[in-house]
Design a protein around this ligand. Sequence first.
Ligand SMILES: [Zn+2]
Length: 380
Amino acid sequence: MSALLAHFTARRESILKLARELVERETKSREEARLNEIARFVADQLREIGGNIELTPQPGYGTNLRARFDFDHDPREPRVLVIGHLDTVWPIGTLERLPFRVTTEGRAHGPGVFDMKSAIAVAIEALRTIVAERLATKRPVTLLLTCDEEIGSKTSRPLVEEEAKNAAAALVLEPPITGGVVKTGRKGIGEFTIRALGRAAHAGLDPSKGVNAIVELAHQTLRLAALNDFDQGITVSVGLISGGTAMNVIPAEATAKVDVRYWTNEDGERIVKTIRALDPVLSDARIEVTGGINRPPMPRSERNVALYQHARTLAAELGFDLKDAAVGGGSDGNFTAAMGVATLDGLGVDGAGAHAEHEHIIVDDIPRRAALLTRLLQTA
Ligand SMILES: [Zn+2]
């Protein structure tokens, strides 16, 4: 076994304990006070290791945390940028129902443990190890932990992009695909709201005077569904729909929320254009379209693949095979990749069930991921 793997195997329980402390701080997106508190808690840990910390409170959201470790480098040199998020999708109180627990099969359960509190614990421990063991690094390192990734990174995107400008590589701490498979490509994501406007009327007395906004929106929903092209990886899904005021009133208004995913900028632009140009089917109805691209695609570029191949070599030295895949979900890696930074995502601890009741990590994978991340921080 490599010395580094032995080191993290010996530290496994303390990493798990830190993961537990993070999970037991419930931090659903927009829980401002809780997200401020967890940022301070993590900042204290990173400061203790010697990180130069900057906390940026975001009213209504929480706090974004940036920790710089220059090691022995000029701080202006291109950096390795490590990105994670402190928020989860889990409502406060979930912990009572799904407490942190380790099963006899070696799985650690808990809300946010896989996405991505265990990965944050691993990143802190990797940095602690580099400092404590005086390990050499090729570059200075920045760890960026944001407070709003799960709701589209509204406040943190500028920070991610600012850091990406001077980054030689971006390492994203999102969970891997089950089996420890890292992510070298991600689809782009668009979000739209389609509002259909008709005219209210009594459904019994004056039905012909009304213009049914729900019928109009139903026409648009079918048009949107027809834009799906699974072979090209283009998906257009009306995921939420609402409208009407009462059963006996012809509805004057109905709204749909639409999720769009695609692999290439050309596909994205074409779909955006098509959706923006939707016109009403019923006479006297109107359509309002808002929204657009939220995350640009992260193509499985040569740059990303080269970084993955490097990680794969490091993993092989540590005694395991690292596989990669391109996926439909988005992350802050989409932003760094779109800026031309070599990006490797899915570097979190192996497990399953992100955003699902059975969310868990495999405890035995902690030393492997910690050793791999440490080697990447040293050499990327
Ligand atoms: Zn995540």
